[in-house]
Design a protein around this ligand. Structure first.
Ligand SMILES: [Zn+2]
Length: 460
C-alpha cells in the first residue's frame, strides 16, 4: 500500500512498525462550538482509513483526542455566559452526536486534554530539564533553536518562514518560532497548579501527550487537516524529538482544504456550515460520498449541486439493491467479480484513491441492475457492492431495505415457482414447466431462460 508521507513529501510503501498492527492518531476537535463541514472531511477521511486497514486484516488502534481546554473555549464561555467546563461538556457531547450521525466509528481511545494534566506537566518539566524549554514569567516556551531538525515536517526552514508562527504571545521569546508549552492564566481563567505557577497547557503539548500515552514513543500514522502541518504538527514532532530523539510517527497524513462555492469558508463571508446544518438537509452517506468522490489530498468545493448529486448517487446504490430485493444476509461474495474487487484494492492501495474505488461501486451497481445478466450473477454483484461500499462506510442503512422487501411475499412466491419450474425442466417435465411459465405470464411475470439460470421481471 502506497501512502503520501508529509515528512518525505513522497508516496511511500506503508510498512507498519509491528506486522499486522496499525497505530493511528488523528487530531480531534477543539470543543468550543459545533464542528464545521471542513472538520467533517478530516473526521470522515480518518474513519475510512481506519475501516480500510481493518478490512485488510490489520488490528487498528485509533486514537482521536478532544481538546477541552483552549483560548477559544474560554472565549465562548464569555460569549455564552457559562463556565468553560460547561462549554467543553456541551460541545463534546455535540461532537459525539454529530460524529455518530455521520456514521463515524468510535475511536479505540478518545482522551480529553484535561484528563491528562499530570502527564502534560511531567512532559513540559522533562523538556525544561533537558534544556529544550525555558521559563519566562510563568510561561514555558519551547526553544526551537535547540533542535536543529525543527521545521522538517512543514519544510519551513528560514527565519522568515518560521516567524509566521503565532505572534500573539505576550512574553519575551528567544526566537519568533518558539511556542508556548504552558501559559500562566489571566484572572478568571481556568487554572491548574504547576512548577511554574498556576496556568494551563498549550495545544501542541496536549496532543503530543495524548498520542504518546496510548500509542508510545513512535507510532505509525499521525494525521489531520492540512492546516495542522504548521505549526501544530511541527511543534508536536519537535517536542517528541527533543524528548526521545525519535520521530513521533512514521507517516504524517493530511487531508486537503474545503471551499464553499469556490471561496474559503468563513463566518464573515456567511458561508459557514456546521456538519449539523448539512445533516438537517442531507443524508450522512451523501456527505460521505461527496468527500470520497474526490482524492483526500485535493482541495474540494462544496456547493448545493454537488451535494444533491451525491445524494442521487447514494440513492442509486440503494435502488440497485432494491431492484433485486436484496436482503441483508451475511453471505460472502464468491469470485464472480474478482476483477472489480482487485480494482477496488488497487485504487485504495494507491494513496487511498477513494474516487477510483467509488467508480468500482458504480460498476457493480450497474451489474446489479442489469436484467440481461443471470440473477445469481446480479446477486453476487450486490453482495460485493455491499461489502466494498461498507469498507468506505456506506450501507449503514440496510435495515431500511429490509423493511421494504420483507413484506414482499409475492416476490418470494415467484422465486419459489421459478425454482419448481427449474426442477420440472431438469426432469424434462415440459408440460409442467410450460404451465408454470404461462400461468406466471398471465399474472404479469415474464420469465427469461439464460445459460446462467432463469430471470424474471414484471412485464412492461
Ligand atoms: Zn493535535
Amino acid at each position: 500500500m502506497q501512502i503520501y508521507n508529509q515528512i518525505t513529501r513522497t508516496k511511500e510503501e506503508f510498512v507498519p512498525l509491528t506486522p499486522g498492527k496499525v497505530k493511528i492518531y488523528a487530531c480531534g476537535p477543539t470543543v468550543y462550538n459545533y464542528f464545521h463541514i471542513g472538520n467533517a472531511r478530516a473526521f470522515l477521511f480518518f474513519d475510512v482509513l481506519r475501516r480500510y486497514f481493518e478490512w485488510r486484516g490489520y488490528d487498528v488502534e485509533y486514537v482521536q483526542n478532544i481538546t477541552d481546554i483552549d483560548d477559544r473555549i474560554i472565549g465562548q464561555s464569555i460569549d455564552e455566559g457559562i463556565p468553560f467546563s460547561e462549554v467543553a461538556a456541551k460541545y463534546s457531547c455535540a461532537f459525539l452526536e454529530d460524529s455518530a450521525a455521520l456514521g463515524i466509528k468510535a475511536p479505540t481511545h478518545q482522551p480529553k486534554a484535561t484528563e491528562v494534566m499530570d502527564e502534560i506537566i511531567a512532559l513540559i518539566d522533562a523538556l525544561v530539564q533537558k534544556g529544550y524549554a525555558y521559563e519566562v514569567e510563568g510561561d514555558v516556551c519551547f526553544d526551537t533553536a535547540a533542535l536543529p531538525e525543527y521545521g522538517s515536517l512543514s519544510g519551513k526552514k528560514t527565519e522568515d518562514q518560521l516567524a509566521g508562527a503565532r505572534v500573539d504571545e505576550n512574553f519575551q521569546k528567544r526566537h519568533p518560532a518558539d511556542f508556548t508549552l504552558w501559559k500562566h492564566s489571566k484572572p478568571g481563567e481556568p487554572v491548574w497548579p504547576s512548577p511554574w505557577g498556576e496556568g494551563r497547557p498549550g495545544w501542541h503539548t496536549e496532543c503530543v501527550v495524548m498520542s504518546r500515552k496510548y500509542l508510545g514513543d513512535t507510532f505509525d500514522i499521525h494525521g489531520g487537516g492540512i492546516d495542522l502541518i504548521f505549526p501544530h504538527h511541527e511543534n508536536e514532532l519537535a517536542q517528541a524529538r527533543a524528548l526521545t530523539g525519535k520521530p513521533l510517527a512514521n507517516y504524517w497524513i493530511h487531508n486537503g482544504f474545503l471551499n464553499i462555492d469556490g471561496e474559503k469558508m468563513s463566518k464573515s463571508l456567511k458561508n459557514f456550515f456546521t456538519a449539523r446544518d448539512i445533516l438537517r438537509e442531507h443524508s450522512a452517506e451523501a456527505v460521505r460520498f461527496f468527500f470520497l468522490s474526490k482524492h483526500y489530498r485535493s482541495p474540494i468545493d462544496f456547493n448545493r449541486e454537488i451535494i444533491e448529486e451525491s445524494e442521487r448517487a447514494v440513492n442509486n446504490f440503494y435502488s440497485a439493491l432494491k431492484s433485486i430485493g436484496f436482503q441483508n444476509v451475511s453471505a460472502i461474495p464468491d469470485d464472480t467479480y474478482f476483477p472489480q474487487k482487485e480494482a477496488f484494492i488497487q485504487a485504495m492501495d494507491d494513496d487511498l484513491n477513494s474516487a477510483k474505488a467509488i467508480a468500482v461501486l458504480f460498476d457493480l451497481a450497474r451489474n446489479v441492475k442489469n436484467e440481461q445478466l443471470p440473477r445469481p450473477q446480479r446477486e453476487q454483484a450486490a453482495l460485493l457492492l455491499v461489502q466494498l461500499g461498507g469498507v468506505l462506510g456506506f450501507f449503514q442503512n440496510l435495515a431500511c431495505l429490509e423493511e421494504a422487501t420483507l413484506p414482499d411475499l409475492s416476490r418470494q412466491l415467484i422465486e419459489l415457482l421459478v425454482r419448481y419450474r427449474q426442477e420440472a425442466r431438469n426432469n424434462k417435465n415440459w408440460a409442467l414447466s410450460d404451465a408454470i411459465r404461462d400461468d406466471l405470464a398471465a399474472l404479469g411475470i415474464e420469465l427469461n431462460d439464460t445459460p446462467g439460470g432463469c430471470n424474471w421481471k414484471h412485464k412492461e
